[in-house]
Design a protein around this ligand. Structure first.
Ligand code: SF4
Length: 343
């Protein structure tokens, strides 16, 4: 049975021919605006049409496998499964400034970052645009039932989104459509470990999403140790791509910097980081490492975090410290899935 979830309006029109376009529009509204899961719910369609559609099509997004709520009530982590049984993690974060969902773009990841649990078994497969949208819809629906709404989307979960570019762009364009969630591009953040040529492709799409770079080290030697991608695209071309993206979109680029105790968190590292970022349209988001059972890194001390933060801010680099959310629900990417499947 063909799944209609994830089709654009044009695709729905083509798929449902010879039905008139207004029927496709009604069906799109039911799927995307009202979260319909069956044709029976589409009560402005004739009964005979509903019955006929149900013999040929289904509306399937993502199914819940496990849900974990943090004790402070601010973070909810979901493990969601797709038709083939592949599962990914999705995290809802309730910030002061609104509800944000962090979605995965791939099942597993091939990028090999040393501090990350998502990459331990490599890449299983890319997610489709419909599956990524399904993650977002699951959480939007969850919030709607609680009388709340989804305010922003971060593509920062498992996977490297720029290695699944076409599906990512299709999902973003659909998400932005009025007949879908109508999400402003400015409310979407794409995080990459630094696939430089694809950052340029993203710029050429002219969709002003916020770009977030996983930087994590202030020099090539340490960055290549932590992140194999750096051996292919070093800091110089990466920072040139950051400048280019910031200039083209007029949007500040976020540099994520995960603080690993004793590895990249000294004042000397802060000094070098300030030097390479000086004069650039960026801000730094410092992320104290969340311990991962499968990795041997340790968190930084509170003192080291504060010193690092203070150094950047007093040397002309705008920096924030990411509020620790959901440590009790294993919010670091890949941990829930790893536990479910390796248990
Ligand atoms: S940090 Fe992101 S890019 Fe790196 S291995 Fe993990 S999921 Fe992949």
């Amino acid at each position: 049975m063909k799944n209609l979830f994830g089709l654009t309006l044009d695709e729905l029109v083509a798929e449902l021919e010879p039905l008139p376009k207004f029927r496709a529009k009604q069906i799109a509204a039911h799927i995307y605006k009202h979260g319909a899961k069956t044709f029976d719910e589409m009560n402005d369609l004739p009964k005979t049409l509903r019955a006929e559609l149900a013999t040929r099509y289904e509306i399937k997004a993502a199914e819940l496998v496990t849900q974990l709520d943090s004790r402070d009530g601010l973070t909810t982590k979901f493990l969601l499964a797709f038709a083939d049984g592949a599962a990914v993690e999705v995290v809802l974060m309730r910030h002061d400034y609104g509800n944000s969902v962090c979605i995965s773009s791939q099942v597993g990841c091939q990028m090999g970052c040393k501090f990350c649990a998502s990459t331990l078994n490599g890449l299983e497969r890319n997610l489709t645009a419909a599956e990524m949208l399904g993650e977002i819809f699951f959480v939007a629906d969850f919030l709607r039932r609680a009388g709340q709404k989804l305010d922003s989307v971060v593509v920062m979960g498992t996977g490297e989104p720029l290695m699944n570019f076409d599906a990512l762009i299709k999902m973003l364009r659909l998400l932005h459509e009025d007949y879908c969630l109508g999400m402003s591009y400015r409310k979407v953040t794409i995080s990459t470990c630094g696939v430089v040529p694809v950052i340029k492709k993203l710029r050429d799409e002219k969709i002003p999403v916020t770009l977030s770079i996983s930087l994590h080290a202030p020099d090539d030697r340490l960055r290549s140790e932590l992140m194999p991608i750096n051996s292919a695209f070093g800091l110089k071309p990466l920072l040139a791509a950051v400048d280019d993206y910031a200039q083209s979109t007029g949007r500040r680029v976020t540099c994520e910097y995960i603080l690993l105790g004793g590895v990249n968190d000294t004042e000397e590292h802060a000094r070098r980081l300030a030097k390479i970022l000086s004069g650039r349209l960026v801000n730094v988001n410092l992320i104290p490492f969340n311990p991962v059972d499968e990795r041997s890194f340790r968190p930084p001390t509170k003192n080291a975090v504060q010193k690092f933060f203070h150094f950047l801010n007093t040397h002309g680099i705008s920096a924030t410290i990411r509020k620790e959310m959901g440590a009790d629900v294993n919010a670091a990417c890949g941990q829930l899935r790893a536990k479910q499947f390796n248990a």
